[in-house]
Ligand binder design. Structure first.
Ligand code: BTN
Length: 247
């Protein structure tokens, strides 16, 4: 991964560029990195602050030979790879909030956005968009985000080298992707669960089908979150916003 690399100065969103490249036949592993995004996209239709030179804003093209419903597994795999790599490099205490936000002290430092195109029930390509707030400082965040977001620099007190992070992450990602292709999703589940901040604590999950209250217990074989409800029954959550429990 990263053998075919495009480094750009200023773009609307690296997702759009990686998507056009994928549509034009770009091979798996093609990576688009930008210094700045003018309209970076987050999950759930939100934006993503991507100031010039302060973070890692990148999108990877994947062409996994798996059915569409395996896409969440790739998101979880990417979160595990990023978490392991950033922990190793920065020695910071970083964990994963389900499904794929990386947090330090409850504040978000990185997010992952997977967008895919499918044909005949199989994935044609997947674009994994990764945003890492590396060297942002307080003034780079709107007031209301400072409570919820931080950067590696703010958390460690040190400026971090973006190239080193990208290189280390790609190596980690490749290793896990190989493990996934050879041994399936089970070893990734084990790693994800060991890094997760979201298990065994009551939570409120706002899903497209409605609100589910319960305690997340782990991931099932497809990557869905297993939530134990107060009546003891289980719910499988594929996509949701996770919040604190309602009091
Ligand atoms: C989230 O947590 O909501 C996901 C954020 C994903 C941001 C990255 S930055 C690179 C890529 N390009 C985008 O427009 N978004 C993703």
């Amino acid at each position: 991964f990263g053998q075919k690399l495009q480094v750009l100065e200023s773009v609307e969103s690296t997702q759009n560029i990686a998507q056009s490249l994928a549509e034009a036949g770009a091979e798996e592993g093609t990576l688009v990195v930008a210094e700045q995004q003018l309209s970076g996209r987050g999950r759930m239709g939100r934006g993503w602050i991507s100031p010039l030179g302060k973070g890692i804003w990148m999108s990877m093209v994947m062409r996994p030979m798996v059915p569409i419903y395996f896409a969440p597994q790739l998101t979880l795999l990417t979160a595990v790879a990023l978490c392991r790599s950033l922990k190793r490099l920065t020695k910071l205490d970083i964990g994963i909030k389900w499904p794929n936000d990386l947090l330090i002290d409850g504040k978000k430092i990185s997010g992952i956005l997977l967008e895919s195109a499918a044909e005949d029930e199989r994935l044609r390509y997947v674009i994994a968009g990764i945003g890492i707030s590396v060297n942002l400082q307080q003034a780079d965040y709107p007031e209301e985000l400072l409570e919820k977001a931080t950067s590696l620099r703010l958390a460690s007190g040190e400026k971090q080298v973006r190239e080193a992070i990208i290189a280390d992450f790609l190596l980690e990602w490749e290793q896990l992707y190989e493990l996934y292709q050879n041994e399936g999703f089970a070893p990734i589940v084990t790693l994800w669960e060991s890094l997760s901040l979201s298990l065994h604590k009551p939570a409120t999950l706002i899903t497209p089908q409605g609100v589910v209250e319960g305690t997340p217990r782990g991931l099932d074989a497809s990557g869905a979150l297993i939530v134990e409800k107060p009546d003891g029954s289980q719910a499988l959550i594929f996509s949701a916003e996770m919040g604190e429990p309602r009091s």
